[in-house]
Design a protein around this ligand. Structure first.
Ligand code: S3P
Length: 170
């Protein structure tokens, strides 16, 4: 568990559709702290949606902006911080996360696909969310596990139960 003044109360990582935003907002409310999301930070900095950044500048450009957003947020945000699903691909981000309390929200590809089907657009998932998410999870699970202090499987649990598990471990 983090000490006061040492950065975010909790950092959430996991694939798109794992529930980072929903759980993060509920957890922040329970802790009485602010919620912040690095996708929103990138959008505010660049003045365009994540999808438009991918379309106009490409993934590499997005990853560089995301790295900066994550490092800044880790340094200045004391509340709950959700990272974009691919932030852990960056070695510098993973190294920085070693100094923070990270919660990995795990999810199956089919549950994630069902959830992203209900939500906002995700540029990496345009063709076949379930297949893409399965490949993405396979490649990234080791990275999520490397940075995380705890893993919570969000598949079978409702939001309040996920939050309760995080609070028990904290
Ligand atoms: C991405 C996840 C997205 C967003 C971008 C790329 C990824 O965030 O950063 O579309 O590579 O997994 P969410 O995990 O919040 O959907």
């Amino acid at each position: 568990p983090p000490e006061a003044g040492s950065g975010p109360a909790a950092v959430l990582v996991g694939a798109p559709g794992a529930g980072k935003s929903t759980v993060g907002m509920a957890l922040a409310q329970r802790l009485g702290v602010a919620f912040r999301d690095t996708d929103a930070d990138v959008e505010a900095t660049l003045g365009m949606s994540v999808s438009d950044v991918f379309l106009e500048h490409g993934e590499e450009y997005f990853r560089a902006a995301e790295r900066t957003a994550v490092l800044v947020a880790l340094g200045e945000h004391a509340g709950v911080l959700a990272l974009g699903g691919g932030a852990v691909l960056d070695a510098e981000v993973r190294a920085a996360l070693a100094r923070h309390w990270v919660v990995y929200l795990d999810v199956s590809a089919s549950d994630a696909a069902r959830r992203v089907g209900l939500a906002r657009d995700r540029p990496l998932l345009v063709e076949g969310p379930r297949t893409r998410l399965a490949a993405l999870l396979k490649a990234r699970r080791p990275l999520y596990e490397e940075v995380a202090a705890i893993t919570v499987d969000t598949g079978a649990l409702g939001v309040e139960d996920v939050v309760a598990e995080i609070l028990v471990e904290r």
